[in-house]
Design a binder for this molecule. Structure first.
Ligand SMILES: O=C(O)[C@@H](CO)OP(=O)(O)O
Length: 228
């Protein structure tokens, strides 16, 4: 049975500092590194060994993948990086302190920006300190200036269908190392979660989630590998 492993990157510097991150490229903290290594050790311990890897273009997810694969003895497997697995773009909130933003705009507004299904945060202004237009990794890519979860789904799911699902269907064990909201997009699809209920789903850092697929490529219940 093909297996899919989803892992959110370990704690990042801006997770620690409680800042809106999105597409901004922050590194892992020491705790994040430890979480990634522990994720890989768990894969090895439970004998769930990936044979193909997918990740985003963002350092925190790429490093998490590499640290986990190394701990699992699988650093050698083929990997593909694609912007469609990037975190949801946080628009004009990028870089701001989440608590200060709550104090300025109110809890309810910030909750809407963070967890509503289809209300994107205000757009990032061109030329702002967090504009990625001159970042070479995004050359030729239509960089969004803000994204809701709905908009994130609209770029994650076509990539899932066209690039990842066929690899999984060929019998590979696939690991995806990505982000809180790009993984929420996938979990929403795979577990059939409604637009309303997805707002309550939080994905912890560095904790492998497993889906097993049947012969018709229908996913079973998702579970945390630590509980298996
Ligand atoms: O800042 C971000 O990019 C994300 C993930 O850390 O935060 P949130 O929990 O608001 O989706």
């Amino acid at each position: 049975m093909p297996k899919l492993i989803l892992v959110r990157h370990g704690q990042s510097q801006w997770n620690l500092e409680n800042r809106f991150t999105g597409w901004w490229d922050v590194d892992l903290t020491d705790q994040g590194v430890a979480e990634a290594v522990a994720a890989g050790a768990l894969l090895k311990d439970k004998d769930v060994l990936p044979s193909r890897a997918f990740t985003s273009l963002q350092t925190r997810a790429i490093k998490t993948l590499h640290l986990a694969l190394e701990a699992a003895g699988r650093l050698w497997i083929p990997e593909t990086k694609d912007w469609r697995l990037n975190e949801r773009h946080y628009g004009g909130l990028t870089g701001l302190d989440k608590q200060e933003t709550r104090e300025k705009h109110g809890d309810e507004q910030v909750h809407i920006w963070r967890r509503s299904f289809d209300v994107p945060p205000p757009p990032l202004e061109a030329g702002s300190a967090y504009d990625l237009a001159s970042d070479p990794r995004y050359a030729g890519i239509p960089i969004p200036n803000t994204e809701s979860l709905k908009l994130t789904i609209e770029r994650v799911l076509p990539y899932w269908e066209s690039a990842i699902l066929p690899v999984l269907a060929s019998g590979e064990t696939v690991i995806i190392s990505a982000h809180g909201n790009s993984l929420r997009a996938l979990v929403k699809h795979l577990s059939g979660i409604s637009d309303e209920d997805i707002t309550g789903l939080e994905i912890p850092t560095g904790q492998p989630i497993i889906y097993e697929f049947d012969d018709a490529m229908v996913p079973g219940e998702r579970y945390y590998l630590k509980d298996a």
